[in-house]
Design a protein around this ligand. Structure first.
Ligand code: 4AD
Ligand code: MG
Length: 439
């Protein structure tokens, strides 16, 4: 009904245009230009908003010369507002297009500096713009879902979310890999783990968790290490190793099954078949550290009891498997001071690492905690630390000391496995590695 003034419609989203009954409707869209070309007096623009992208076509005679030319000059990632009619178009992505009656330019933009075949270093320098890529946008949507599903699960399990500090006075996981800074004349440590604080919160709450950034000053440049990562840590009173592992596998299975249901399309685009996530089955296989060493020796690794399991060893243990694996009962010397000695073999600790399928390596570190004050104090001393600086933590063993256990899950490791990214940096918008803390 050309010429008849219409009340301006409320802003529509791309998903509204794709709705079954949308054809023939007049809509007003706003979004970012992904690409644009004109031929024979018609402009074709791919417009993106938070719900998807859509082809907009505009005829020079419908828009008028001036409006047509200003729309034509909008750069990639420029912003426009389009008013037009929804039409069926078999050739357009999604089978719909919007035929524009008017295009307003909100930000014409400067030439967008990101395009195919640029070096990874350049793309990391331009990360503030690269985060708009379809690939990263999908990963971060999935990451948000993962965080939400984890929180829902923990809420159902009556685990209380608490907020431990990031600025701390002692390293939780060993001083060598802690970032230190000057805290008004004293040494401050960026938190490597909230665990010690979670243990302190157990007495009133019995089941607590924290989702915080953790910091590791590891110089290692590997596809699975960040210097800052999101850490989900859970601490449970009255729980032994079997119950702890049952909790972890239940949580893991919940997340991957739900993500497969919610994000099939994105997963496929990222190279992960949703069926692989659906196929994750509990209980997960358990293998003692001692058996892992025997297995690895059988595969030709030169390891013996007491050897640490590095990337190559972890990889070999699940390379041929589509299921995760718990490796349990490590030698105490390889693990943190707070882990409980195994009653059956005091050379080992009641601990387990969860290794991802397909040779992925560690995703979760877990253990029962030492409750004996004398032994715990001795273990602190054995790390070379002064037990005096852990007075507050040791104090927990003096007041209402109960058996307890917990774990830490590296969110980016989980996201990396689920979304099948080659490098962990592509599971976080602004990755922090030894060589980079900007943008
Ligand atoms: O095994 P970790 O060091 O265990 C702890 O910090 C315990 N205090 C956790 C607890 O029981 N509350 O770290 C736990 C997990 C690892 O399994 C891994 O997934 C992740 O944190 N992680 C890292 N993720 C990314 N980059 C790094 N540099 C990481 N270091 C550990
Ligand atoms: Mg670990």
């Amino acid at each position: 009904m050309a010429g008849v003034p219409v009340t301006e419609p409320a802003r529509a989203l791309v998903r509204d245009v794709l709705a079954p009954d949308a054809v023939g409707r007049t809509v007003r869209l706003r979004g970012w230009v992904q690409r644009t070309r004109s031929s024979g007096g018609i402009l074709f623009t791919l417009l993106r908003d938070r719900t998807g992208s859509l082809q907009v076509t505009a005829r020079r005679d419908a828009l008028g010369d001036a409006a047509f030319e200003s729309a034509e000059h909008v750069q990639v990632e420029g912003v426009i507002e389009v008013t037009g009619t929804v039409a069926e178009d078999k050739r357009a992505p999604g089978g719909r297009e919007v035929r524009a009656a008017a295009i307003g330019v909100i930000d014409a933009g400067e030439p967008f500096p990101i395009f195919a075949d640029q070096t990874e270093e350049y793309r990391l320098d331009q990360r503030h713009l690269v985060v708009r890529s379809e690939e990263l946008a999908s990963v971060f949507r999935i990451k948000a879902d993962i965080l939400r599903i984890l929180r829902e699960f923990l809420d159902e399990e009556e685990v209380l979310e608490v907020t431990p500090p990031i600025i701390t006075g002692n390293p939780a996981e060993g001083g060598a890999e802690a970032f230190t800074f000057d805290y008004f004349g004293r040494t401050g440590y960026l938190s490597q783990s909230a665990q010690l604080y979670l243990e302190a919160m157990l007495a009133p709450h019995e089941r607590v968790y924290a989702l915080t950034p953790s910091f590791r000053a590891e110089k290692s440049r590997t596809p699975r290490h960040l210097t800052e990562y999101m850490h989900l840590e859970v601490e449970l009173a009255w729980v032994g190793l079997d119950e702890l592992l049952a909790f972890i596998e239940r949580m893991f299975a919940r997340v991957v099954h739900r993500i497969a249901e919610l994000r099939g399309k994105e997963l496929r685009a990222l190279g992960r078949e949703p069926a692989e996530l659906q196929g994750i089955q509990t209980p997960f296989r358990r293998m003692s550290y001692a058996d892992a060493i025997t297995t690895l020796q059988g595969q030709g690794f030169s390891v013996s009891w007491g050897s640490d399991l590095g990337t190559a060893e972890e990889r070999a243990l699940t390379l041929e498997s589509s299921q995760p694996l718990f490796v349990t009962h490590f030698p105490a010397e390889l693990k943190a001071f707070y882990m409980l000695r195994s009653p059956s073999d005091p050379r080992t600790v009641e601990a387990a690492d969860l290794l991802g399928p397909e040779g992925f390596g560690e995703i979760v570190g877990s253990s029962c905690r030492e409750t004996d004050l004398a032994r715990l104090t001795e273990r602190v001393r054995a790390t070379g630390a002064d037990p005096a600086s852990y007075t507050w933590y040791l104090d927990l063993r003096r007041h209402g000391n109960v058996p307890h256990a917990g774990f830490g899950l590296g969110i980016e490791r989980l996201v990396r496995w689920i979304t099948r990214r080659e490098h962990i940096r592509d599971t976080t918008p602004f990755p922090r590695t030894p060589s980079r803390h900007t943008p």
